[in-house]
Design a protein around this ligand. Structure first.
Ligand SMILES: [Fe+2]
Length: 365
């Protein structure tokens, strides 16, 4: 009678030991959910794999299991560089400076740099070049405009994404948004520790609202999708109202409201319908992806930037909208924005370091 629990313990310990031996790191490290006083360090591990085939003797496909590992830190100091060590490697990041507002910020407010890119799927070599080039900007954080992988439901694609991004993400913080290729899959939320499809954060004197523009995958049926979008738009309006004191307001998300791609004209009516809200609440710029190229439009003083040239096959820019087009180019790219007090300057850069476009934002515009 007394031997059973001991046997169970022995088996359990044996299984744990074998799991420990088999476990390997398959992605990371990266830092997500960064705030002035909190940060989450994540990495991916695998402890086994499955094989698959069309006959019992022909198991030609194999894929590793993937689990996220994370540690949440709180009580951090604002505006401070922290160094960390994980089984996936070492890294560092900087917490945002303490929040400021239009009333208190000055030109001497802490400067910061962030990079924006998206649609990094499919051409891994291009994705790696974007990461290598973005690294040279030493950004304080990365804002991803969506389509991280070709299929968010495919487990094997996520370690590859993390491995390609690791040289950059181990030195900064990461704020992702959902693209249509993520398919709103639970793995996006799990592996990146995302709590909700839309969220916002502050970085110094700037406010960022990150949207889930992929409403087709946000619910079953048009009624549920419409409800989701309505709730999100109501949240966005409140978020913008609450942050009118920020010097800069950026709204990010995958689908753009305007496009120079002829066969995509009018595709995203839900995004175009947001334009009056952007104007009403003096949004500095909207940052999008989805179109695999670079596009910048300006309407009523608001910039609309599409940076979707991170690796997915390029699209033509063959129908630039009249009056609002500032620059469009069919090329791989990422965007770097540097905020210095009441002024921000941005550049679209190619993977060869070429400056594709440059622009400027002024506080409160
Ligand atoms: Fe997309």
């Amino acid at each position: 009678m007394t031997k059973t629990p001991l046997l169970a313990f022995a088996l359990c310990a044996g299984q744990l030991a074998s799991l420990g031996r088999a476990q390997e790191v398959v992605g990371g490290p990266a830092v997500v959910n960064l705030g002035p006083r909190t940060a989450t360090v994540i990495w991916l591990v695998s402890d086994s794999q499955s094989t698959l085939g069309e006959s019992p003797s022909g198991l030609s496909l194999s894929a590793r299991t993937v689990q996220v590992r994370k540690t949440v830190y709180t009580g951090l100091k604002a505006g401070t560089t922290y160094y960390y060590s994980t089984p996936a490697g070492k890294g560092h990041f900087k917490t945002p400076p303490a929040p400021t507002s239009a009333k208190t910020s000055t030109d001497a407010a802490p400067a910061f740099t962030f990079v924006v890119y998206g649609d990094v799927r499919t051409r891994d070599d291009v994705h790696a070049q974007v990461i290598a080039r973005a690294q040279k900007s030493d950004p304080d954080f990365v804002l991803h405009t969506g389509d991280l992988v070709a299929d968010g439901a495919d487990t094997a694609l996520w370690p590859k994404f993390f491995q390609i991004e690791a040289p950059l993400l181990s030195k900064t913080a990461f704020y992702p948004s959902l693209g249509n290729h993520e398919k709103n899959d639970p793995q996006f939320y799990e592996f990146l520790d995302v709590k909700n499809g839309y969220y916002s954060f502050n970085y110094g004197n700037a406010h960022f609202s990150v949207l889930n523009t992929d409403i087709r995958n946000a619910g079953q049926g048009t009624e549920a999708q419409d409800r989701y979008w309505k709730e999100q738009v109501a949240w966005l309006e409140q978020d913008l109202i609450r942050n009118q004191g920020a010097d800069f307001r950026f709204v990010a998300g995958h689908h753009p409201p305007f496009t120079a791609v002829s066969n995509r004209q009018g595709d995203n009516a839900h995004m175009t319908a947001l334009v009056p809200m952007m104007e009403k609440y003096k949004v500095t710029a909207m940052l999008n992806g989805h179109d695999h190229n670079y596009q910048r439009f300006e309407k009523q003083g608001i910039q609309y930037i599409t940076t979707g040239g991170g690796g997915a096959p390029l699209y033509n820019v063959d129908m630039p909208p009249a009056y609002i087009t500032r620059k469009v180019e069919k090329t791989e790219n990422f965007v770097r924005i540097r905020v210095v007090g009441k002024r921000a300057v941005g550049e679209a850069l190619g993977i060869d370091g070429r400056v594709i476009d440059s622009f400027e934002f002024k506080a409160g515009q």
